[in-house]
Design a protein around this ligand. Sequence first.
Ligand code: NAD
Length: 508
Amino acid sequence: MTSNIHKLLTELGVNLADYQGNDIPSTSPINGLLLASLRADTEEQVKQKIDRAHAAFLEWRKVPAPRRGELIRLFGEELRTHKAALGQIVTLEAGKILQEGLGEVQEMIDICDFAVGLSRQLYGLTIASERPGHRMMEVWHPIGVVGVISAFNFPVAVWAWNAALAFVCGNSVTWKPSEKTPLTAVATHALFMKAVARFNSTSATGNDAPEGLAELIIGARDTGAQMVEDKRVALVSATGSTRMGRQVAEVCAKRLTRTILELGGNNAMIVAPSADLEMAVRAITFSAVGTAGQRCTTLRRLFVHDSIYDTLVPRLKKIYKALPIGNPLEKSTLIGPLVDQAAYEAMQTALTAAKAEQGKVFGGERVVVAGAESGYYVRPSIVEMSSQTAHMHHEVFAPIMYVVRYTDLQQAIDWNNEVPQGLSSSIFTTDMREAELFMSDVGSDCGIANVNIGPSGAEIGGAFGGEKDTGGGRESGSDAWKAYMRRSTNTVNYSHSLPLAQGISFDI
Ligand code: NAD
């Protein structure tokens, strides 16, 4: 496996010797074996990288936005060419099944396509002025260095969501990836640098991508913290746990800088009496067990109407019993490993707590996979609860789905909203009134509220993010790009007099 990852990295243009050291071990969740060990950037190196990124921003902002889009178009081409290799590296280092590793790279390609179009559409408004002979308008400008912090479970797509938009908006990007998945970051960085080289070879002087436009910072939390504290980082986009988000938010609030926070979720689905159960079963299974329950949008709480509970829940258990658990590189596998021992232990602690609250636990046991005995593989768990308890308010980053019976839709919506997180939610119903209520002002309080699809697996075209402890940030599609720019309101007087706003008279 080690030789395989080295081969894949070389194929993408990585010289591993440039990164090797003794600080950041990258182990594969597949079998717990060391893939490579990297050195962390020193304080001085982090500072130098931010220096370079800041200098790059001052040049890059002058390049016309559609030309900036050309760089992202070329990066999208590199991703298309190397999708198979990068997808495999994601699987080897993050442990998600190959289909999902490839899907993650596809998500990067999709956001590149979106950003290329966006590069010709960074438009502002013209606003009616109250003064005669005046024009008022709103213009969007690049903001500066964007510092991206990413989590292990989407080791490359999250950077791309941020970076593709940040670059076309005229910013430079410094990236501190998860210490659990540094190799995927190194590989992605190499692909981006290939695109930069092609871009610069076709560029007129002054229109090229400057050195330092994309800086990769390797390290653990303290390295991320140093990047967050640096005043030259104008926007911090941080994806990870709510604990991390609170720390980042505090530092950024102190120095009054902007953040995009994409934090933990605790996502629910309501299955109503009129639901198409065939569709619901597939959506529940993918949302609850996909990526071994390690998505921020994983389905963690299922509220099933009393009238269909005894049909649906036994069916889910039957499916759970037969789920193919194993090496994520194998085609037949649907459930790969948890990221590490700590994730396994957190899952077992949560199951013990559920039992103490009279929860009926199905599955959840460790599964030994031949040839990968040191990997932490588990059977996804269904936990039947008589009501929503305090334990269910916490996100446990593992495949545990709590199931609760409901009779009154309002009760189910209240449970949906009762938890501190507010990322994703969904309802399965064919009753138009229930669907509309769920999406209305008094329905789900989450950033994502779906009807007849599960809570996980968002498309890049919509703004992605959630409320409350999820952090309130929005990334990806819709008008999320505005967070990566600063807005300037311009009023132009083309008359020969100087009327003041609000009709104020100020004669001198
Ligand atoms: P984590 O919080 O442990 O780490 C995430 C990143 O933050 C890492 O790069 C880490 O080094 C860095 N970090 C931690 N503390 C920091 C600090 N004080 N200052 C600066 N950087 C710091 O999260 P994880 O275990 O890698 O990922 C799982 C979590 O991420 C889950 O809670 C999941 O829901 C969440 N997540 C959210 C989204 C989303 O879009 N909402 C997407 C993916 C994952």
